[in-house]
Ligand binder design. Structure first.
Ligand code: AMP
Length: 126
């Protein structure tokens, strides 16, 4: 079954410039902005500019240029925010997919969280 992308999702609207965002970094293939409801002192979302629903969609179907652009922007965010291991104390990178992953926005995004110790990897299920 193909990945069905919904053009009305909120990150698609951000990419079209229909709603504002707090951009921290951008390149040809990806955009990084602050999460509107931060779960850590530093909580950045990195999204591809292409229409990919989830991590597995992006990993399977994005071009090498898109994947490289996305990953390099993640590195830039870690450096800019001072949370990368070259200069900072680390971070957690999470992506949720589908119903079991409890994904709210159906446009692939990586959460980069830092600025404090993150605690257990996952909380209680259910
Ligand atoms: P997920 O559950 O992985 O799909 O996470 C979606 C994330 O998007 C949540 O952490 C929300 O707080 C965040 N979010 C939703 N709307 C916006 C928005 N307009 N700008 C920034 N972050 C948003």
């Amino acid at each position: 079954m193909a990945f069905a992308y919904d053009d009305s999702n909120i990150f698609a609207r951000i990419l079209r410039g229909e709603i504002p965002n707090d951009t921290v970094a951008e390149n040809d293939h990806a955009l990084a902005f602050r999460d509107i409801s931060p779960k850590a002192p530093c909580h950045i979302l990195v999204i591809p500019k292409g229409k990919y629903v989830s991590f597995d969609d992006f990993a399977a179907n994005a071009s090498e240029a898109e994947i490289a652009g996305f990953m390099r922007l993640c590195a830039q965010v870690c450096t800019q925010e001072g949370i990368g291991l070259e200069q900072g104390q680390g971070f957690r990178a999470i992506t949720n997919a589908g119903t079991h992953g409890v994904q709210e926005v159906p446009h692939f995004h990586l959460h980069i969280l830092g600025g404090a110790v993150m605690g257990p990897m996952i909380g209680a299920r259910g």
